[in-house]
Write a protein that binds this ligand. Sequence first.
Ligand code: MN
Length: 259
Amino acid sequence: MKRLLGIAICAALLSACTATRAGSKRAAPLIAISAAGEHESRVGQAYIDAVIAAGGVPYIIPIQTDSASVAALVSRADGVLMIGGEDIAPAFYGEAALPQMGKVNARRDTFDLLLARLALRARKPVLAICRGIQAVNVAFGGTLWQDIPSQLPQSGICHKAPEGQAASHSIDIAPGSRLSKIYGCNSMEVNSFHHQSVKDAAPGFTVTARSADGIVEAMERFAGGDRVLAVQFHPEKAFAAGDPAGLRPFIWLVQESQK
Ligand code: MN
C-alpha cells in the first residue's frame, strides 16, 4: 500500500514536471550518470528510474580515464549524477590503507575524481550519492574515514545496514542549507549503506548534515556559480522502496540542469 501511494504521488510529481517543461518549451535535460564496474560500466536501475521520474533523460558515462573524452561528455550534459560503490583508495588523499579497507577500483577512482573536477569546471550541477560524496570530497582536497566501525568505535550507530532496510538512523540538517530547503525539514531518518565517510570536508564545501555520532551525511557547495549537492545516504533506494521524498534531490538536479 505504501509503495502504491508512493507511485501515485510520484506520478503526480512527474506530470507536474512534464507540465512545467511543456509550458516553458525546454527540452528534458540530459543527466550524465557516472558508471560503476570493474570489467564493465553499469548503473543501478534505481538511479536511472529516479532521474526519469524527476523529468531528466539519463545516460551513462562509461568508466574512462582520458580527460578530453570525459570533458567532451560532460560538455554535452546538462547535469551530472555520481553514484555509489566501492571504497576510494586512501592514496588519493595521502593516507596508507588500513586493513579494514574494502575493495578498491583504481580506474574508477581516477575516473570519478576526473569527472567531479571537470563537472565543476564546466559549471554543471552535480548530485553526488554515497561514494559520490566521498569522490567529490577527495577530488577537491578532502579526506575520508577509511572504516567508521574501527576508527570511530564510539559511534554507536550502524551505518552499514543490511540492504533493503529503509530507514537506518536520523540526521540533523543545517537550517537554511539547500538540503534543508529540498527536504523541507531540519532532521529526518535516512537509509545508510556505508562504512566510509567524509572526514575533513574539502575547502569550499559546507557540511550540511550529520548523524548523532558526528558523521558527515551531506555537504554542498554553492559559491561562485558552483552547484553541488552531496549526500551519504541513498535517496534513489528510498524512492525505489516507495518513499516519494527520495525523488526530491533528483528533482533538484533536473531543475538546476534546466537553468
Ligand atoms: Mn549513515
